[in-house]
Write a protein that binds this ligand. Structure first.
Ligand code: XMP
Length: 513
């Protein structure tokens, strides 16, 4: 079936995939295309609307990215966001200048006033908060356009020409900080472009299965399965797409949580798939011996994973494809594209330079975590697998500060199990999206019985988040923290002090390394 299509035209902004995700959330199919795509190719996709993204450039500079001006004569509505808005203004006779005057430059949350007669803001409050991030300013609005939003600092926050279906906003409606941002995007899709909401995650599933079948043909695929949500969803997807050609390899690197290796094996042994468990604790721990730097730990683990997969693939014979459960936030945080490196997610930036597979398949590469869960449900995965909290590929290696040893891993495993057990018993786990313990490298003095102790500090972390790109710390009741702390210091040798992490992301990250 052909779906109504929105094209997100990419001008290099930070949030482009987030725009695409918002469009999907509104039940409309969409594709992100580079701004350099020829207009004829874009129009051949029969889009019902274009969204121009933000971008780091200034439209008035010589080498700034532009669109083919004929796009504005194609009779297709356009929503321009930030740079995209300035581009519309620039092309249609307005004037964009650098906001030298600090008052017109805006960053962060801004109180904004809207004209709700404009279709974009229909049914929404006349005043709400938007997230701004722009240093340029529309000095002259193009002919035929009206001003439909302003802030105290800037008279030209949003423009529209309703007769031609052109809309531009200086702020970012796609980010969570913009109140009603998704509702504005929905208004553009449904009120302006005539969307009917003919796209679902079920369609995504079918498209993804068809794409895998086409790529793999009669070849063999090895899936790096960790038992976490992402790789489990890929397992289900590939099982449906290429069933018998698939082998799922689960590498137990000795840095799993308590009993996890056995639990993953038990869960997947039940499936009608080729499943192999490789016990590789000794091998990973010896490679990691003496290493404290978090980025080096990730790279070593990434490399060692690949080497194990290569060995397993030789045993299976003629494996062309390595499949991984990489999701979009992993891609951005590993610094691919324009974003800065925050962490090399082991399955992306942690890949060694040479990988002995013909190709890597990552069917979830454009999805956010909650979309992956939805897709898992579509594929019929049991709820306990789909709603599991994420567990990073490098495992406890990035939750043990400093050098990793088996003794430290065993200590952390026990403490983490008690923490999780108590949260789950109290039902608090349902109010948070990820929770775990971190073994710090700091020792402090304590008193136990009549003696002095000099043991490690354990940190507890729990966060609430929608997409793991930003997160808040969970408000665990004091009484429960007290119970957890008491149990851990009494039951786990080597820990004599417990702290609770009360930092959000940003400025911190979810994991400590
Ligand atoms: P951060 O710490 O980057 O974590 O805020 C965001 C989410 O990603 C998980 N995470 C990883 N997952 N490989 C993974 O598969 C990694 O290297 C990795 N590092 C972080 C983290 O657990 C959280 O859910």
């Amino acid at each position: 079936m052909n779906h109504q299509t929105i094209i997100v035209l990419d001008f290099g902004g930070q949030y482009n995939q987030l725009i695409a995700r918002r469009v999907r959330e509104c039940g409309v199919y969409c594709e992100v295309k580079p701004y350099t795509t020829p207009l004829a190719d874009l129009l051949a996709m029969k889009p019902i609307g274009f969204i121009f993204t933000g971008g780091p450039n200034s439209v008035y500079l010589e080498d700034a990215p532009h669109v083919d001006p004929a796009l504005f004569d194609a009779g297709v509505p356009v929503l321009g966001i930030c740079y995209g808005c300035q581009l519309i203004a620039h092309h249609l006779g307005g004037k964009v200048v650098a906001a030298n005057d600090a008052t017109a430059r805006e960053y962060g949350k801004t109180e904004t006033f809207f004209d709700t007669n404009c279709k974009l803001f229909k049914g929404l409050p006349e005043k709400s908060v938007t997230w701004m991030s722009h240093g340029d300013y529309m000095e002259k609005v193009p002919e035929g356009f009206s001003l439909v939003a302003h802030s105290d600092a800037c008279p030209n926050v949003a423009i529209c020409d309703e007769t031609r279906g052109f809309y531009g906003v200086q702020y970012h409606p796609e980010v969570n900080h913009t109140e009603f941002g998704t509702a504005m995007i929905r208004n553009f899709l449904y009120e302006v472009c005539g969307a009917t909401g003919d796209w679902t995650m079920g369609d995504y599933k079918n498209t993804a299965i068809a794409a895998v079948r086409e790529k793999v043909g009669s070849g063999r695929v090895l899936l790096a399965l960790s038992g976490g949500v992402d790789s489990s969803v890929v397992a289900a997807l590939l099982a449906e797409a290429v069933g018998p050609q698939l082998t799922c390899v689960f590498v137990d690197h000795g840095l799993m949580r308590l009993n996890e290796g056995d639990e993953v094996e038990a869960a997947f042994k039940k499936w009608d798939i080729n499943f192999v468990r490789v016990n590789a604790e000794g091998r990973f721990l010896s490679k990691l011996a003496g290493i404290s730097d978090p980025e080096r730990k990730r790279k070593i683990i990434g490399e060692e994973f690949i080497r194990v997969f290569e060995e397993e693939s030789k045993k299976i014979g003629a494996v062309d494809f390595l499949a991984q459960g990489t999701i979009y936030p992993d891609v951005i945080e590993s610094g691919l594209g324009n974003a800065a490196v925050i962490k090399s997610h082991h399955n992306v930036g942690g890949l060694p330079d040479y990988v002995d597979f013909k190709e890597i398949i990552e069917p979830l590469r454009l999805l956010f975590k909650d979309e992956v869960r939805q897709l898992g449900r579509e594929l019929g995965l049991p709820e306990y697998l789909v709603s599991r909290q994420p567990f990073p590929g490098p495992g406890l290696a990035i939750r043990i500060m400093g050098e990793i040893t088996k003794e430290k891993a065993d200590t952390l495993r026990l403490a983490d199990a008690i923490y999780r057990e108590e949260l789950e018993k109290a039902g608090e786990n349902k109010k948070m999206n990820q929770y775990f313990a971190v073994l710090t490298d700091t020792r402090t003095v304590g008193v136990m019985g009549d003696g002095r102790s000099y043991d490690r500090v354990l940190a507890l972390r729990a966060v609430t988040t929608e997409d793991f790109m930003t997160a808040d710390w969970a408000r665990i009741p004091y009484e429960l923290l007290d119970k957890i702390s008491g149990r851990i210091v009494n039951e786990v040798k080597g820990i004599n002090r417990i702290v609770y992490d009360i930092t959000s992301k940003p400025p911190a990250t979810v994991e400590w390394e």
